[in-house]
Write a protein that binds this ligand. Structure first.
Ligand code: PAF
Length: 289
């Protein structure tokens, strides 16, 4: 595996691959790699001749400075994992290399960014779109791989591709979970051992919600998830410090991301949740229909 840090070296490697008629798979990441990322690389490896993985903590998608500062940076370990997973190129640029000029572009995505993460993280999706487009321009991939844990992000990238009309196949990949059900995330390493031990209750509650959706209406299932998590510490006699604080749980149409009122309102229905636990913002999702 080649580790490339400059745009010039990446451009040369991509030009060579294009001359050799190689197909290119891009896996954009912010590092702190876990099995979830590695599953994207495995998929990209199966489908492409050349697999490029970017490792770049993109400052312009963080609307909270503290969150950016706390984001885990483990580049050396990441590169070892990438080599073992079969990546061909690890692209690890500096901020100056990615953004030599101040970024002025702002993307808009209409109703799909007006729900869930959108209003809570102003500018986040525009920042994601800017970096993803730059990575698309630099790597000219045939396919790009994104994890379904960030379900709204996938809808945003799909919309971005429609706006910029690049012939890139977006490949969504299923969430990878720990044995106890917790969705793998780079943020999990910030949980205390006690918080990590109870964190799987997020997914356990979502699974119960899916069962309930067979016989309960949308509002009742929604309220069940919020109240079960919010009261978990009280019901189980756990300290206040370990309380789940649900930020939102939205049951939405899987294409428009707009909330539904009846299970029959959409062909595809997913539930997306964000919960604070122990100062860490955890997200997860589940498919109802
Ligand atoms: O999902 C992520 O890790 C990031 O949002 C992405 C797509 C790598 C862009 O920085």
């Amino acid at each position: 595996m080649q580790t490339i840090t400059t745009v010039a070296a990446l451009t040369a490697a991509i030009q060579q691959a294009k001359q050799d008629h190689k197909t290119i798979g891009l896996v954009p990441t912010m590092g702190a790699l876990h099995e979830g990322h590695l599953s994207l690389i495995t998929k990209a490896r199966e489908q492409n001749d050349l697999v490029v993985v970017s490792v770049f903590v993109n400052p312009i998608q963080f609307n909270n400075k503290e969150d950016l500062a706390k984001y885990p940076r483990t580049v050396e370990a990441d590169c070892e994992k990438l080599a073992a997973a079969g990546a061909d190129i690890a692209f690890v640029p500096s901020v100056e290399e990615m953004y030599p000029e101040p970024v002025e572009t702002v993307y808009h995505f209409g109703p799909i960014e007006e729900v869930m993460e959108g209003p809570r993280r102003p500018g986040h999706f525009s920042g994601v779109a800017v970096v993803v487009r730059r990575l698309f321009d630099l790597t000219q991939p045939d396919r790009a791989y994104f994890g379904e844990k960030d379900f709204q992000q996938i809808a945003i990238i799909r919309n971005l591709l429609e706006q910029i009309k690049y012939p890139i196949e977006l490949v969504p990949c299923p969430i990878v979970r720990a044995d106890d059900g917790l969705a793998l995330s780079s943020r999990n390493m910030r949980l205390s051992p006690e918080a990590r031990a109870i964190a799987p209750n997020i997914y356990a509650t979502l699974e119960q919600a899916v069962e309930m959706s067979e016989y309960e209406d949308v509002e009742s299932v929604h309220d069940y998830v919020i109240s079960t998590l919010a009261s978990f510490h009280e019901v189980n006699g756990i300290s206040e410090e370990l309380k789940f604080e649900p930020e939102y749980f939205e049951i939405v149409n899987d294409t428009t991301l707009q909330p539904i009122e009846d299970w029959d309102d959409a062909e595809g229905v997913v539930g997306c949740i964000t919960v604070w636990l122990n100062g860490v913002r955890l997200i997860d999702m589940v498919r109802f229909r």
